[in-house]
Design a protein around this ligand. Sequence first.
Ligand SMILES: [Zn+2]
Length: 115
Amino acid sequence: MRRLIPAEQKRAIKMAALRDCGRRCVYCAAPLDYSRATLDHVYPLAKGGAHAPGNVVVACPSCNRLKTDMLPAEFFLRYPWAGSNFIHYARAVHRALKRQARRAVSLAFAQMRAA
Ligand SMILES: [Zn+2]
């Protein structure tokens, strides 16, 4: 098989991520098309996350800016709505990431009830 050039590779990764996320932003659930979707590394590259399937999702530009380099647990604790959507839409991410999301969301709701 012919090796993909980087631009084709990037496109293929984004297409696969879009499909795996139901063509929605995994954080706010907004419908996304190819041109509006941005790739997000759930566990940020800057903190040692992998550029590999299982850690790559699609997000809208504003959620991507909101998340920046926050760790998933940090982000979902601060924005539990993003965690709930993530649990629902990020179908192909690693189970460990989903587990972290579920834990952060339930912690966030417990804190809200206690406040
Ligand atoms: Zn979004």
